[in-house]
Design a protein around this ligand. Structure first.
Ligand code: FE2
Length: 194
């Protein structure tokens, strides 16, 4: 750890073992917005900021019957950034998680997601060891595609911090899976119920 970093660290973290933390080689993967009108927000990003539209995705986070959807995501590629995305979410029913979240916290950033060169289970255990709260007791593992994710609680920085690890198989090119999105968003429900 360099001197500048040491000087910056607050008293409440200076005695913690933060090895690994400095070596995670984090890379921005995506950020997620919760908004009332995803099409409008996507269009602004595309028209005025040069984001590239990739796809629309319907998700059932559990608020509606099977075969129906309570959330839509517009997935855009961030300009000049390879494999880095902006995911814009809108709730499709009044009491969807997205809308309840907006009622409580307003529109804007829900979470920012990173990949790391270190295995996600090691990172998760490290954070747990440091007493940092996460929205699930373990890493969410979508066994069908091998995708692993977890969230650090929102209270530390004002948004959820997501860690995501994609598999090295054919599914690795799939950006997100509906099951994983539903698991993650449901793990944040605590904030809506408090
Ligand atoms: Fe995410």
């Amino acid at each position: 750890m360099n001197i500048e970093k040491q000087n910056f660290i607050y008293n409440d973290t200076k005695n913690l073992d933060l090895s690994h933390i400095g070596d995670m080689n984090l890379k921005l993967d995506h950020y997620n917005l919760n908004v009332r009108d995803a099409k409008k927000v996507a269009n602004f990003h595309i028209s005025f900021l040069g984001f590239q539209f990739l796809k629309k995705e319907l998700v059932n986070t559990g608020g509606v019957d099977q075969g129906q959807y309570d959330m839509i995501n517009y997935i855009l590629r961030i300009p000049s950034m390879e494999n880095t995305y902006c995911v814009i979410s809108e709730g499709l029913i009044e009491n969807s998680i997205v809308n309840i979240f907006i009622d409580k916290f307003g529109e804007g950033i829900n979470h920012i997601a990173f990949t790391s060169s270190i295995d996600i289970e090691i990172i998760f255990n490290k954070f747990k060891h440091l007493g940092i709260k996460t929205t699930t007791k373990k890493v969410i593992n979508d066994k069908n595609v091998g995708l692993k994710q977890f969230f650090i609680n929102k209270e530390y920085v004002g948004y959820f911090i997501e860690f995501i690890q994609r598999p090295n198989n054919d599914y690795g090119s799939e950006i997100f899976t509906s099951d994983n999105i539903a698991s993650l968003i449901n793990s944040t429900k605590r904030y809506l119920l408090d």
